[in-house]
Design a binder for this molecule. Structure first.
Ligand code: RP5
Length: 218
């Protein structure tokens, strides 16, 4: 017996798949995670490094879509759900099966624990939609990347959901020059930072650099 809270999500996903909305009104990226306890790793915050949310929203100008009938103004959008592979397999199945019809172009799926099956099962069900797996913990790496031949998944290092978001944007950027420009600009900013730090280290000298930079961090 599927509880109402899960069934209503499944029904909503299936109804949405029938809507045939124009692509610019549907999320481009779908983010799913096995538990809301994965959110700090998947989105960033709570002492964790910046995550997929930060990469998409803060660096690349995406907006999160929370209402299918009211798309955000931003051209590129993403949605976020919790789907447990083992506790709510029907929801995982409905999510992955409807993703393409709901306008999703790439899925980022994260799970933790030793049986982190959400990414690999989502990849199998959503195929040929690309799925980028995020092992939420080190011990999740093998189960996320360990797919048999013929069942592909792309994956990032443990906890690196930020990179998963950049990879998702790279896939979308093949069709969208605007997004390609944002990715290039993000990378140029990274280069600029390295150049500035290198110059400061060289010109201030190691003790002077420590005084200025390490003081700032404290
Ligand atoms: C947590 O349980 C993990 O972070 C994982 O993502 C989550 C979901 O696991 P299942 O409910 O699919 O077993 O420990």
């Amino acid at each position: 017996m599927t509880p109402d809270s899960v069934q209503s999500l499944i029904d909503q996903l299936r109804e949405e798949a029938e809507m045939d909305r124009p692509n610019d009104l549907t999320p481009d990226v779908g983010i799913v995670m096995g538990s809301d306890s994965d959110l700090a790793t998947m989105a960033g915050g709570k002492g964790k490094r910046p995550g997929a949310y930060a990469a998409l929203a803060d660096e690349l100008g995406f907006e999160e879509q929370t209402d299918y009938t009211d798309a955000p103004d931003a051209r590129f959008t993403f949605e976020t759900f919790v789907c447990s592979a083992h506790r709510t397999p029907e929801l995982m199945y409905a999510y992955a099966e409807t993703a393409a019809d709901r306008g999703i172009d790439v899925i980022i799926a994260g799970a933790g624990g030793k049986s982190a099956d959400l990414p690999n099962m989502t990849a199998s069900i959503a195929y040929p939609l690309p799925v980028i797996g995020v092992p939420v913990q080190e011990k999740s790496v093998d189960s996320v990347i360990g797919m048999p031949q013929g069942a592909p998944i792309t994956a990032v290092d443990a906890g690196k959901s930020f990179n998963a978001a950049l990879s998702a944007a790279q896939i979308l950027a093949r069709q969208h020059d605007d997004l390609r420009d944002r990715l290039v600009s993000y990378h140029e900013d990274l280069q600029t930072e390295v150049g500035e730090v290198s110059r400061d280290l060289h010109e201030l000298g190691t003790p002077g650099f420590k005084d200025e930079y390490w003081e700032r961090e404290e």
